[in-house]
Design a protein around this ligand. Structure first.
Ligand code: AMP
Ligand code: ZN
Ligand code: FE
Ligand code: FE
Length: 282
């Protein structure tokens, strides 16, 4: 069983349509893939339709933008009821503020001499949940930087960078409770991704565990071996599941689907905690 619990479609900042993501997951030899777009479930219906008859299992999910003590972090949410109103309202709030913030980031880029426009970013993002990777693609198109990754430096879009503007982000303990109240399972995404900015302390993770956190994403491209070992130990200590996943973004990132995977027993335990939705068996 090959299980990848974190992937993005063009419903947020991935480049595959949900149906293409499903086809690519089948081609990559995956048995289970989770669709975890930023702050949206807009890709779920198309992905659910696409898994039919493929043998691939789809885990509907999302990745929520959170912030605590001035540190931004991401919370994965799996198998929640998408219609549960409190959590749906919070996703809507974050998504809406992404537009205001996107415009402000474009304005800052222009002040810094980058010839990009909001119309260009809207074209790149399509109907998806708009984010910095779309603006990074605009900077690449304009010849300002060579790659999306090169746009995530202090000069441009990195956390705290010259053109970074904060967006509304949910307090993570609140987010954990919202996900649980919607029957879902919350997992802390790439908790040790130091290259993205400051990361939270073990104490914050322990507090989130007490609030209902279900797991830590341990095996991830942005974690070195030492970080993985440390997080695996912390997960065991706190009684949390330790997952692994690619965080695939299509051609906006070089990581391949299934490059990091989750142990089948961990996956079974995660599904057993969920009451909001079931995996969709294709
Ligand atoms: P946003 O959701 O608009 O705040 O943008 C954050 C997204 O940008 C993350 O989910 C990643 O997909 C991407 N990102 C963050 N840091 C980097 C980085 N150093 N290199 C490439 N992509 C990044
Ligand atoms: Zn992303
Ligand atoms: Fe993330
Ligand atoms: Fe992600």
């Amino acid at each position: 069983m090959r299980i990848d619990l974190h992937a993005h479609s063009n419903a947020s900042d991935g480049t595959d349509t949900p149906a293409e993501l499903v086809a690519n997951a089948v081609a990559a030899g995956l048995d289970v893939v989770a669709l975890t777009d930023h702050d949206t479930v807009a890709g779920h219906a198309e992905a659910a339709e696409a898994v039919r008859g493929t043998g691939l299992t789809l885990v509907p999910g999302a990745e929520l933008s959170c912030r605590v003590g001035g540190i931004s972090l991401h919370l994965l949410a799996y198998l929640f009821d998408p219609a549960e109103p409190a959590f749906a309202a919070e996703r809507e709030l974050v998504r809406t503020d992404r537009f205001r913030r996107g415009r402000a980031v474009v304005e800052r880029c222009r002040e810094l001499g980058a010839p990009i426009s909001w119309e260009q970013v809207e074209r790149i993002a399509g109907s998806g949940s708009v984010g910095r990777p779309h603006i990074a693609s605009a900077l690449v198109e304009a010849g300002v930087v060579a790659t999306v990754s090169d746009a995530f430096t202090h000069d441009w879009l990195a956390n705290g960078g010259r053109a970074d503007v904060p967006k509304h982000e949910t307090d993570p303990a609140t987010a954990v409770r919202l996900v649980r109240a919607a029957g879902g399972v919350p997992v802390f995404a790439h908790p040790g991704a130091v290259k993205r900015g400051r990361t939270v302390s073990d104490q914050v993770i322990a507090d989130l565990a007490a609030a209902g956190l279900g797991g830590l994403e341990v095996d991830h491209l942005d974690h070195d071996e030492e970080t993985r070992a440390r997080l695996r130990g912390l997960a065991a200590e706190l009684g949390l599941l330790a997952t692994g996943s690619s965080d695939y973004h299509g051609h906006r990132k070089t990581v391949r689907l299934g490059e990091y995977t989750t142990d089948p027993a961990v996956y079974e335990a995660l599904v057993a905690q969920a009451t909001g939705a079931k995996p969709i068996v294709g």
